[in-house]
Design a binder for this molecule. Sequence first.
Ligand code: GAR
Length: 216
Amino acid sequence: MGKLKVAVLISGRGSNLQALLDACASPGFPARIVRVISNVADAFGLERAKRAGVATQVIDHKAFPSREAFDAALDEAIRTAGAELVCLAGFMRLLSPGFTEAWRGRVLNIHPALLPSFKGLHTHQRALEAGVKLHGCSVHFVTPDLDDGPLIVQAAVPVLEGDDEDSLSKRVLAAEHRIYPLAVKLIGEGRVRLEGRVVHIDGAAGNPAALLNPAD
Ligand code: GAR
């Protein structure tokens, strides 16, 4: 079976893109990135893609009269690249319902919180203010509703005494870099089944132990 062809959409530094590029560099990894698309011309992630020898494309949302027109250009670029799966990796544009419906079950997003908690922006600051003891990140399928689609992989990290937004975001980001490649691997291996809004992973080995914070 051939490798799953993936397009990655970015807007910025692209550290999650880098984690995906690194994973795809392993011979046994079941996916490869066929194109990186940015809506921001000077996004550093474009450099990361070029260094890895992956084709890049800039589609500036400001050049389009509407969200639908921008999304149509994205759709065409993704199809032209031959991508079967789309990974949003710090892509800071909302996608229109037309796009998300057309690509239902084939678009992933990574969000820096344990969804359904803390949808939207400034998740780390809001987690600190809420006083949660566990925070984390989620990879989910994209639906028309913001940060609301079926969850595929999540990672929890502790919120430690003395944490600030910077220290907490670094801990979460390290977990993001583990779960995004894992989610793509599971899909590439054909182990992800979507039933309603619940994702089932064939052959998944979960850790049944509770994660306590503070530790007892
Ligand atoms: C990541 O933390 C990602 O989870 C977040 O933006 C950052 C992008 O970093 N995404 C969102 O907040 C989407 N709502 P990166 O460009 O280094 O991957």
